[in-house]
Design a protein around this ligand. Sequence first.
Ligand SMILES: [Zn+2]
Length: 363
Amino acid sequence: MIIIAPPSPEYQLGFLSKLQRLFNEGDFTATYKFALMVAMADLAVELGQDDGYTLLITKEQLAEKFIELYWQQATPYSATAVERDLNEPIVESLSLVLAQNKGNQTAIVKNIITFRTTFNPRSLIAAKAIPSFNKLLNSVSATVMKMPVTHLQNLGEQAEPFLYNTLSNGIELLPGVAYCLRRFQPLVQQLSRNGWINHIKGNRLNQPILGEQDDLESFLFGTSRKSLLDISTGLRKISNKCFYCQQTLRADADVDHFIPFSQYPRDLMHNFVLAHPSCNRSKSNALAAREHLVRWVEYIDREDVNLTTIGKDAGTVIDLAVMRAVARWGYGNAAQSSAQAWIRATCFESVNKDYLDILDVIR
Ligand SMILES: [Zn+2]
């Protein structure tokens, strides 16, 4: 087997400048292109390797990501958005769904709304168990292939296919692209999300809906407060201790992302731990240090059944295999750049290759 080396530093710089051009010069009449960038970056982390290989992404895999991304966005955004129970069926206030396009609402959002109002699933996980979900998947994958996949790589007036080749059954990331998407995932996510938020804000159709609230980002990309409450309640039953300092939790506990949300902004059930608000604030956007990683590896294995139950109740994505891939990717990146991992307040250590041995146990 031939091992293809990671792309050269020159290639990586070239990739970043193309990416910058894509966001500056690309024509974003709808938010689809942002969703496609987010989807590719996520899938590169979840399916890719740290080598220079191409990566095949099927149109179904893309469609699933799109449905996940637009699922919450296809519900009404209203003055009480933060308190709203997203697991409740949506039957009213469809006029309060944010426009994802400068003209008519996008086909994908319309399809999701139709599906949700027809079947009233209480969560995306429940929706996937409905036979007609496949129909939704098919129509979304057709739209994804026809719209953003066809147009994303047009910079200015010109086609610049630097990310992928289009195939009949999906896309193939070009050699080195999956590597760069993994390496620069937080940057790609940030650019995509900022672009997405600005697109929603800049769309005059959304002015009457947006009002004065400033929770747009958490509405677009975050887990609903109701789900977080369910997760918090469920995790309390497993243990009433702060995951990090191991001291008893008081009334208020934070649901923390073990692999920071700033690095991998997608909610996976096995990534949630309970922590004191002070411990959570102190850890902030850092990865957790070795002692916490050892504890977490043991925790996701031991509590897999309980975490799965809590995730199902809260409607959160449960995927242990993806979680493992994400953790290996996160600590792998950190070891490469000798990033600082958080031990406790104001106390850090450098991530090194030994950290990866801890994760090998769960391979
Ligand atoms: Zn604590």
